[in-house]
Design a protein around this ligand. Structure first.
Ligand code: TRP
Ligand code: ZN
Length: 880
């Protein structure tokens, strides 16, 4: 592990490199413990740089085996090599030379999963963000673009498959049972997009003919025997390629496109040019092993990585501060893709739920940072929900502000102007200003200012004057190192919903720019006067979640209930009911704290029943509407003084109330949705399963619930239903004979399949209550568990800390101490993963005082023991 230097990188310190690397020739002689890497770099001193300026290349844990300048061994005084730096002086005065660097690395001992490593015997690489420097010395920064030629030599029986970026050029036999392949990538790229894969894998082949008629060979490589599980991924890839042509005019540019699934991977997937590497969890699927959520994730991530070919690869980032330039934009693109492939309304609700569950707590806690951060200690810690998900929301707002046509014009200009470049957020905003003639300077604060703005709204209606007045105020809570905030441009989509459930028209508006159903907030306070409003409307605000803000609206409960039944905007209709549920849960939480039984108004049950039975609504939408806000969602809305046990009680009470009030209706609907044994992963079928499984979750609370869930489990003909029933049994009927038996049956059936076993770990880690700690501790010793595999750790430890509020936050703090030990143990091998796990404690300050003190003690002990920049950075910021 590289120990922390404490160095901080700042956006304002950016300067171009002194040298360029127009060409990079790499040769890998692969072997598990000593892979020889020879890099021949064609170097050029940048114009205007003095001849005596040394060349300083990045390394990370490297040893230099040999160094040549223009083919001649470098004199010992002409360079200095340390594990993390190679400094070369006395370079040719012309400033043009070839540098040959030899290093030796040990993929089999690389447990950080960055650089060249082995996963189940397959050689693979992960270079983003700074992994290339663990392979050879290089200018390992995204603004140094180079044309790569890669030769791979390996034992032919161990690694019949030899892949790298670009197009295949040559392959052949060598002595001693070895062979080689050469790949050439004509598109200049930064080192973080380099990839190599070598091993013995099965292949699924297909092809795609691009819009200009070029045939592209597609390959997905998986473990032998798993080829049948890659069909959905291949189908998703072809649909992504087609969609990017149709919607963004983007065509693929190489002769081949390959995807490799590996089982040890720190994140979801990686967009290496022409050779995407995936966590196998996001490739492998069939009805027996994958849930509908898994299918949807595969489709989205295949699309995401493919879309990076233009937004990320053809146009890359100048520096890592600009990470959102590729990530926010590419997430926006994959969201739009999924919305077009599935149900737009359902997709939007799911996106907002994810944003609120992951990004809001980040933005409202100690790890808050702007979509484009200005400083970092460890860039790996900035692959965050803020950069990705809020970054996507900011792109969506650009489209909202400009309109669809100008947005597309801007995107076209972006591709035209910046193809082949390493660009910045300023470049990105400029294309939209140029395409639309609008000034986006105030808007650009969305990239530069952290925190979730709040918009508060109150209204008065004057029937005689037919005038509606909205008092709107934006407030911007302080975030770490940004105490004073500037006012933002917030595009707030709205509707004035009349008694008939239709949007009312209005006449002239004063007090803010209002266009196409959007109020443009630019000042702290706006008094917006709508003339010609024929009746007092119910206010539908932030329709479609047009801006990533929190909203405080003074509105009668009757209006909210009306919107939950009638808002023509499906997102806002969902939101209206969700807000009612949340308000009821917060009241119930206060009752529990006050020692009272929570009570709920009867209309809640009635509204839930009406939504459940509304055949005009898609089943998937109904499932989302009926799903209660999660315990963490409720905690976030309450804000501080969190007692997870009280939240749990309140939520259980509401679930029981809704179930009892609708027992017959839910029962009939449930049986009406019965599984006929057919299976298709499409959105409509998945939606019916989601509704049926959501109803099961309620019905399981009623007498006979365990039996019903058990029958559901044993009758299941797909993993979605089986896993849903198992979760209901394990979490709602913990300790029952049915639960114990189902857990055992699941384990017997899938003990050979690690990805399916992750669901089994995850479900048990989330069983509420203080006993969960002992369950999780015991599962760490299960033969199917592994401390080295990120998926296993996330399934067991990540789920425990993020999806088990009552178990993780047990009052004695023992779960925090256990968690600390696991994080520190993980740090020794994989600091990046340890740092990610550690974010599980980021909301510690919102807990009630006793838990807060115990969480702080755990964080302090983590801070004292942490060694890596990754973990220290997270823990120190969390405590600050
Ligand atoms: N660029 C990848 C994506 O968003 C993210 C990624 C994959 C990554 N693996 C990583 C980032 C390792 C940092 C480290 O698709
Ligand atoms: Zn990405």
């Amino acid at each position: 592990m590289r120990t922390d230097t404490g160095q901080v990188f700042r956006l304002e310190d950016y300067r171009p490199s002194d040298y360029l690397i127009p060409e990079t020739d790499l040769t890998f002689r692969l072997s598990p413990d000593a892979t020889q890497v020879t890099a021949v770099l064609t170097m050029e001193r940048r114009e205007g740089v003095a001849a005596d300026v040394p060349l300083v290349l990045d390394g990370d844990g490297l040893g230099l085996a040999a160094l040549k300048i223009d083919g001649k061994e470098a004199a010992s005084g002409a360079y200095e090599a340390t594990p993390d730096r190679l400094t070369v002086t006395g370079l040719p005065a012309t400033g043009r030379f070839k540098l040959t660097i030899e290093t030796v690395v040990a993929p089999s001992r690389n447990e950080a999963l960055m650089g060249l490593y082995r996963s189940s015997g397959v050689y693979c690489t992960q270079c983003e963000a700074e992994g290339f420097r663990r392979i050879t010395y290089f200018l390992d920064r995204p603004d140094v673009l180079s044309v790569y030629t890669v030769r791979i030599e390996a034992d032919a029986s161990e690694a019949p498959l030899l892949l790298s970026n670009g197009n295949p050029v040559e392959r052949g036999q060598l002595e001693d049972g070895r062979h080689f392949a050469v790949w050439h990538d004509p598109f200049p790229k930064p080192s973080y997009l380099f990839a190599l894969v070598a091993g013995d894998l099965g292949k699924v082949e297909d092809s795609f003919v691009t819009m200009s008629g070029r045939k592209v060979d597609l390959g997905i490589y998986v473990e032998h025997g798993k080829e049948k599980l890659a069909g959905f991924a291949m189908d998703s890839l072809k649909r992504s390629m087609k969609w990017d042509e149709e919607v963004f005019g983007r065509e693929y540019d190489l002769d081949v496109f390959n995807i490799v699934a590996v089982s040890d991977f720190n994140m979801g997937a990686m967009e290496n040019k022409g050779l995407n590497v995936f966590n196998d969890k996001y490739v492998l699927a069939d009805r027996e092993t994958a849930t509908d959520a898994d299918f949807a994730n595969i489709e989205a991530i295949i699309a995401h990585e493919y879309f990076h070919n233009w937004t990320g690869n053809r146009i890359t980032c100048r520096d890592w501060f600009q990470l959102c330039l590729k990530e926010g934009l590419t997430v926006y693109r994959d969201h739009e893709f999924s919305a077009d492939q599935r149900s737009r309304a359902v997709k939007r609700i799911a996106e907002v739920r994810t944003l609120r569950a992951h990004q809001f707590p980040e933005d409202q806690g100690p790890l808050a940072h702007p979509v484009r951060p200005r400083r970092y200690r460890e860039i790996n810690n900035f692959y965050t929900a803020t950069v990705y998900e809020k970054g996507s929301e900011v792109v969506r707002m650009i489209r909202t502000v400009l309109g669809a046509e100008a947005f597309r014009k801007g995107m076209d200009l972006y591709f035209e102007r910046h193809d082949g470049q390493a660009a910045t957020i300023e470049d990105f905003l400029k294309v939209f200003e140029d395409a639309s003639g609008q000034d986006l300077s105030q808007f650009s604060l969305w990239y530069n200012q952290a925190g979730t703005p709040n918009v508060s709204v109150s209204s008065t209606y004057d029937a005689a004057a037919r005038e509606l007045v909205l008092e709107i105020e934006q407030s911007l809570p302080p975030t770490p190192s940004e105490s004073r905030k500037r006012l933002m441009h917030i595009p707030l989509a709205f509707g004035l919903v009349g008694r008939e459930g239709k949007d009312l028209s209005h006449g002239a508006v004063e007090g803010a720019t209002v266009e196409d159903g959007i109020i443009h907030l630019r000042k702290r306070r706006h008094t917006v006067r709508f003339s010609g409003v024929s009746e007092r409307p119910a206010l539908s605000l932030n329709r479609g979640f047009s801006a990533p803000v929190t909203l405080s609206v003074e509105q009668k409960q009757a209006d909210q209930i009306f919107l939950a039944g009638h808002d023509s905007d499906p997102f806002s209709r969902w939101q209206a009911f969700n807000t009612l549920l949340t308000d009821a849960l917060i009241d119930a939480f206060r009752s529990v704290l006050g020692g009272k039984e929570p009570r709920f108004a009867p209309w809640l049950g009635e509204t839930a029943g009406r939504i459940a039975a509304d055949e005009a609504l898609e089943p998937a939408y109904r499932a989302l509407a009926l799903a209660l806000p999660g315990e963490a969602d409720i905690a976030r809305e309450i804000g501080k003084g969190i007692d997870p046990d009280a939240i749990f009680k309140a939520r259980e009470a509401l679930a029981h109330t809704l179930a009892s009030a609708n027992r017959h209706l839910f029962g009939d609907l449930y049986h009406g949705l019965g599984d006929n044994g057919d299976f298709s992963p499409d959105a409509a079928s998945a939606g019916r399963r989601a509704l049926r499984n959501g109803l099961l979750d309620y019905l399981a609370l009623l007498p006979g619930g365990a039996k019903l869930a058990s029958a559901h489990f044993h009758g299941a003909t797909n993993m979605t239903d089986r896993a849903a029933a198992l979760a209901v049994l394990a979490q709602r009927h913990a300790g029952s004979a049915e639960a114990t038996e189902a857990l055992a049956a699941f384990e017997r059936a899938y003990s050979h399949d690690p990805l399916v076993m992750d669901k089994w770990f995850q479900i048990q880690a989330a069983v509420p209550g203080p006993q969960a700690l002992e369950t999780v501790r015991a599962l760490c010793g299960h033969p199917g568990f592994s401390m080295t595999n990120p998926n296993r750790l996330r399934a067991l430890i990540g789920s425990f800390s993020s999806a088990n509020q009552t178990g993780f936050h047990r009052t004695d703090g023992k779960a925090y101490r256990f968690f600390t030990d696991i994080v520190l143990e993980t740090e020794k091998r994989n600091p990046q993963l340890a740092a990610r796990l550690a974010t599980g404690l980021r909301s510690w300050r919102s807990l009630e005082p006793a838990r807060q003190a115990r969480a702080r003690a755990a964080l302090l002990s983590m801070a004292a023991a942490a060694q890596s920049a990754d973990l220290k950075d997270i823990v120190e910021r969390t405590l600050a």
